[in-house]
Ligand binder design. Structure first.
Ligand code: ACO
Length: 322
């Protein structure tokens, strides 16, 4: 049996913060943010939480599929910004929607989380029994931002998005490539919460808020993403030309243009929505997927490359027949 994405959905906080509004809070400008990143606005949580956004996504997915929550076998949430360490965000979702037959846990691979998650949950479909599960990327990155630091505060946004996965008679998830470069982890850090005993020396340098060597991450992404895509395509016995849409992590429009150039593919095959949402980490790939599916840009049978990169450092690619 194979596994197929049968539904997609997303949810974002109501409040929108534009580049103009940010420029009143810190020494930045719409022109700088737009030209360096392609971002024009982002959604920022007020009352929403990581779990509440993921619950909205789960409910939408079930509603679209006309399924009761009890039909689910698993719920996996990919997040680097959970509301708390335990219970896991996925467990909160499971309880809130009444998915009493589902087991639930979180995965953290930063902005590569959704792609890593797809690779992990495929395992549950290696059976003849019918299986259904939700894979959701959910982030409240605004809680990891130092609003005085213009080098990071302008980049990120809050969102959740996900998919319903079900068995299928044919293979839809064709191949994946995952790679981690832990020795470079210090180039993108966030979320240190302190502690009396610090067993790992490097932890002392990690702060509660995002700290990033932007140039290093830029170089990592523009080299690492095309290399990961090429490895995954080779495993799937496909070439870049055969791919209909490249659904990349939405961090920076210049990174996407570089990846397109390195793969020698037209930019028109690379849908983008970071202008409206900023970088939403693990939510960004399923959020773009949902928008493309709902607008009709992605159709059943299209060949998709999903590719993410980010903290860890991590990079990951999944090749799909949608
Ligand atoms: N507004 C105005 N000026 C700014 C801002 C800002 N928001 N931020 C930085 N600057 C200034 C800098 O201080 C610097 O000034 P200086 O020349 O006087 O020192 C100048 O702009 C250039 O700064 P750089 O950091 O060199 O700018 P760069 O062109 O590299 O762009 C950026 C920065 C957008 C962060 C880019 O490096 C990038 O996109 N990197 C990739 C980051 C990324 O994708 N991260 C997400 C990873 S995913 C995850 O896991 C969360």
């Amino acid at each position: 049996m194979g596994v197929q994405i049968t539904q997609t959905a997303h949810a974002v906080p109501q409040k929108i913060m534009t580049n103009q509004e940010l420029s009143q809070l810190m020494d930045t400008s719409d022109e700088w943010i737009r030209s360096r990143t392609g971002i024009q606005q982002r959604h920022i949580a007020t009352d929403e939480t990581t779990a509440s956004l993921c619950i909205q996504v789960a409910q939408q997915l079930l509603q679209q599929a006309k399924l009761p929550a009890t039909a689910l076998d698993f719920i996996v949430v990919c997040t680097m910004s959970p509301d708390c360490f335990t219970p896991a965000t996925a467990a909160v979702v499971q309880g809130a929607i009444g998915a009493t037959n589902a087991f639930a846990y979180d995965i953290n691979a930063a902005c590569s989380g959704f792609v890593y998650g797809l690779s992990v949950v495929q395992h549950y479909f290696q059976t003849d029994q019918p299986v259904r599960g939700l894979l959701i990327g959910g982030e409240l990155l605004s809680r990891l931002l130092n609003w005085q630091d213009r080098t990071t505060a302008v980049l990120f946004g809050d969102a959740a998005a996900g998919v319903l996965l079900e068995n299928s008679n044919t293979a839809h998830l064709l191949a994946s490539d995952l790679a981690t470069y832990g020795e470079r982890g210090g180039q993108l850090t966030a979320g240190y919460r302190g502690g009396a005993r610090q067993m790992v020396n490097c932890i002392n340098q990690i702060k509660p808020y995002f700290q990033m060597d932007g140039r290093a991450i830029y170089t990592f992404a523009t080299r690492g993403v095309p290399a990961s895509i090429q490895r995954a395509l080779q495993l799937a016995n496909l070439t870049s030309r055969q791919v209909d849409h490249f659904i990349l992590h939405q961090a920076n429009t210049r990174i996407i243009a570089q990846v397109a150039k390195r793969l020698q593919q037209p930019l028109s095959k690379f849908p983008q929505n970071m202008a409206a949402y900023g970088n939403t980490s693990a939510a960004s790939i399923p959020l773009l997927l949902d928008e493309c599916v709902k607008s009709g840009r992605i159709k059943r049978g299209d060949i998709l490359v999903l590719s993410g990169f980010g903290g860890g450092l991590t990079v990951g690619t999944q090749i799909i027949i949608y």
